[in-house]
Write a protein that binds this ligand. Structure first.
Ligand code: FE2
Ligand code: FE2
Length: 159
């Protein structure tokens, strides 16, 4: 059994992860419009990862026999004023998600819900990597490199 407050937050987190999935899909489309195929592919990959996070939480809820309704997910823009603005949006999203997992871990700890606490560790670690990736992209943009030339550096950023 997992605790009631954690269950509620986990169901909400499914929507947050799917929201991030949408946000990244939108950012990918922003780059697609500008023929920046490498950037588009990068954010499409991030988008797929976020959907995977939602699936991972759903699996945990099913494993623990929780009955739930899938929460509503908001929309996301597909055009930004600049690459920097798009990546800042992504970093902002990651920082928000980090806060959500902190709140989840606090709730699990307070409820003595060790099963959830254990489950959450993976996400807490993952957030360190996700924030770092977005900061690295901002550094890349701020270097002043041409966005087309920057595409050859994208792979190294997550690797
Ligand atoms: Fe995520
Ligand atoms: Fe993420």
């Amino acid at each position: 059994m997992i605790s009631e407050p954690v269950t509620k937050l986990l169901v909400a987190q499914v929507a947050h992860e799917l929201g991030a999935h949408q946000t990244y899909m939108g950012i990918s489309l922003h780059f697609e419009r500008q023929s920046l195929k490498g950037w588009a592919r990068f954010f499409h990959g991030q988008s797929v990862e976020e959907a995977g996070h939602a699936a991972k939480i759903i699996e945990f809820l099913l494993d623990n026999d929780v009955t739930f309704t899938l929460p509503q997910v908001g929309g996301a823009p597909t055009a930004y004023a600049s690459a920097r603005e798009a990546v800042e949006t992504a970093l902002g999203s990651e920082i928000r998600v980090t806060g959500q997992f902190d709140a989840l871990a606090t709730a699990a700890r307070d409820a003595g819900d060790h099963r959830s606490l254990q489950f959450l560790q993976w996400f807490i670690e993952e957030q360190v990597e996700e924030e770092r990736t977005m900061r690295a992209l901002l550094d890349l943009i701020d270097s002043g490199i041409n966005l087309f030339q920057a595409e050859s550096h994208l792979e190294g950023i997550t690797g």
